[in-house]
Design a protein around this ligand. Structure first.
Ligand code: SF4
Length: 328
């Protein structure tokens, strides 16, 4: 895909995310890392990785995607959102690019091969803003049988979602709130666009799981969570995994307490009552089980990022033959 197009008054429109920034010559978009230079939009963080780790895929979190595998995880600096509770604000809210440090897509894939990673995850900051780099890595990775994963705020442009088909294998999308004003004033982007993108990802057949970080007093009311779960059920169905994750004080929200287990369990119970098949409570050591949605047999059992029990055969329940949703 072409990542920008001509706009009026000698500006260029960046096509990476749904802000569609119109950028004047020598200026930079909202994310702080895509700039109009010499009649092109240049992704300034291309090749400049700010963080590299090897993580269990369960940490992304993706629970229905190659369980127990390792994922080479990387991010750059910058973000198109400005969440006040960002747990990676040290890189996401910075745009000081370390240009002395360059790595090519082929070199990234070579590391993934050497470390026996089944996938490469583009994570830590919003990968959509460095899609040109992520895509080039993903294409190289595919040649070696390595898959690609986005951990994203779900604010891609329509053009990027179209382009991801066959390139990006799975996404974890943060659904951060169900309040339009909160998105607009405190996070970035907008709720309706994120919801439209979830529907679009499903139409395109890209596997995704949803994560909601429960921030006390900000997005954890019974009413808001019920609306969110009902929307998921109505628009995406019962088989999209929903991860409910615990907040800890960070960045500009140091006065907000940690999420209580009671609050996490309330969200879990709402989702189970509505019939969602795969609901998980993250980062508090809860026993997260995946049971067969047909016969109820336990298929996978986890604690933190460890898979303690795994009993699938070719992605199916051994007892009744039901295909488990996801990529196994
Ligand atoms: S990635 Fe999004 S925020 Fe950044 S310049 Fe492009 S449209 Fe703007």
């Amino acid at each position: 895909m072409v990542y920008y197009k001509e706009s009026n008054e000698s500006k260029l429109t960046c096509l990476l995310c749904s802000y569609y920034c119109d950028i004047k010559d020598s200026e930079i978009g909202i994310c702080g890392v895509n700039s109009h230079i010499n009649k092109k939009i240049e992704c300034l963080v291309y090749g400049h990785v700010s963080a590299f780790n090897i993580d269990p895929i369960e940490k992304k979190p993706l629970y229905h995607f190659l369980p127990t595998s390792k994922s080479l995880s990387l991010g750059t600096v910058g973000c198109n959102f400005h969440c006040t509770f960002c747990q990676n604000h040290g890189i996401s809210q910075k745009n000081n690019i370390d240009k002395s440090n360059y790595i090519s897509p082929k070199q990234v894939v070579q590391i993934a091969l050497e470390k026996k990673c089944a996938s490469i995850s583009y994570t830590y900051n919003e990968p959509t803003i460095f899609y040109p780099f992520a895509k080039d890595i993903a294409i190289e990775a595919k040649k070696q049988g390595i898959k690609s994963v986005f951990v994203s705020n779900g604010f891609q442009s329509k053009e990027v979602i179209d382009d991801m088909v066959g390139i990006i294998d799975a996404i974890n999308v943060d659904l951060k709130s169900f309040d339009k004003n909160y998105y607009k004033k405190k996070l970035g982007g907008n709720l309706d666009q994120v919801l439209n993108n979830l529907i679009n990802l499903q139409k395109k057949g890209i596997w995704f799981e949803i994560t909601t970080l429960l921030v006390p007093t900000k997005n954890d009311s019974l009413e808001e969570l019920t609306k969110m779960v009902k929307w998921i059920k109505k628009n995406l169905g019962l088989n999209v995994p929903w991860h409910i994750s615990a907040f800890h004080p960070d960045y500009k929200e140091m006065d907000v307490p940690r999420t209580s287990f009671k609050s996490l369990k309330m969200a879990y119970d709402i989702a189970k009552k509505e019939g969602l098949n795969y609901v998980y409570i993250g980062n508090v050591g809860y026993d997260n089980n995946t049971d067969c949605p047909n016969c109820g047999k336990n298929l996978i059992s986890r604690k933190f990022f460890d898979v303690k029990y795994y009993d699938l055969q070719n992605g199916c329940c051994k007892a009744c033959g039901q295909i488990l949703d996801g990529i196994f």
